[in-house]
Design a protein around this ligand. Sequence first.
Ligand SMILES: [Zn+2]
Length: 502
Amino acid sequence: MKKQIIIVGLDGGTFTLIDEFIEEGSLSFLKFLKENGSHARMLSIDQNTRVPISPTIWTSLATGKRAEKHNIKSFFNLQSDIKSARFFEIFNHYGYSVGNFGWELTWPPEDYGAFNIPCNMARDNRTIPKEASAVQELRKRSRKKASGFLSNLNLFFRLFSLKADFITLVKTALDVSKKSNDKRKKQFMNLMNGSRIHFMVFKNLYKKYNPDAAFYFIPITDSGAHYFWKYYDKKNFPDIDAKKRSAYGSYLKKIYEEVDRQLQEIHKMNEDADLFVISDHGMKPIMEGSFETISLRAKKFLEISELESKVELYHVGLNCVINVRENSPIDSKFLYNYFKNVVITSIKKPFFEIVEMDNTGRIFLKVLQRDKGDYEGKDFSNLQVRMGSTVAAMSELVELNDLERSADHDEWGIFMHYSKNLKSGKNLPDCEIYDFLPTLLKCAALPAADDFDGKSLDIGYKDCTERVPTYDFLVKRNNLREESDDSFVRDELKRLGYMKDE
Ligand SMILES: [Zn+2]
């Protein structure tokens, strides 16, 4: 008999917070999972580049392989670039149906025998089944401020027919249209309301399709920590204004309590299923004001370097992504060398601390930051930058930011497993993201492959005696590129706070 499996992904989920909230008497279900299942810290990839790398991580989780093998190295890669079989195809191969809600790089949605709701970076609203596309529309809509959720009765009723609860929908509609100057409160409400609607739709799809394996993604643990960490953490942020602390101090815990509630409901939905809870990376506090970050004034920079008409530039966090325009006379290699040679003459340092070109020819740039002391003792307003034969003032090209974020990605994520047939409560040794797929296969008594980079964890099951050399023969995707519309990506990056409005 096939074993049923449910995987829940907590974006940025971390034991640093989970353990602390459990200690305070919260998160009863996560506590139950820790005491009755297996858990371990799970090492992700280096988070220090600040290039958003979630597609790389999720593809490693799904394939058991490093980026060099599965080929997803950039934020802008598409599903069609993946060279290795993911758990969707592998489980399908053994006759399991798989339902997906939000796994990274699942657009355009492929049919794995149940539902498929693509990730946040989807370029359009396609879903399987079609009716569920209302969830994707909601995602776009919530970005436009007060765009009249109520006025769109059509969307409202389509979500209602997906079993989103009426009261939550009305509350969301009211919260969205409410005029409030309290940005943080509004952000918190948006996160909570959106998450609740997603969850109800997921539950509905799960009940309808009853897939052998299912995945559900929860993003609010990442955004919540980015924005609200400092208000709850007195130890690391002792100087937060008391008023603000009392207004926003409970937000992060409330977000984890919501997640705890959703996890418990997922478990109740199918108590026979093995439950996995994983994260792609952890989170850690960044002390406010420890250093101001520096970002590029994109328009000005392109204007002075006379690249305006030849390239497009997007902000991705502190980084920029440069994309050569179609029919442009210059190529990426030339640009790559050009950027490498831009120099801050007064301190004799490269202007960009990161210049990276990915396999699509797009170039990542990050201006030399202050944290390494390169600017020590220098008057910022006097620095000069040389690019090619042009010299410009540093102050014209960059801007100092006071970022509202108080937490950043940490490389230690979480791994948890629970089965009602195994009562272990085991604290496993640290593991890696590459170990997840082998462990998932072991749980289902399916063979691991010789080309995996990870190994299965000791969660209480025996390894399958069979092995296969590889599963990559299952990758049947043709390499025809979908018409790529980056405006969806740009909208999503803006929503995540990675990108500025220009
Ligand atoms: Zn994040």
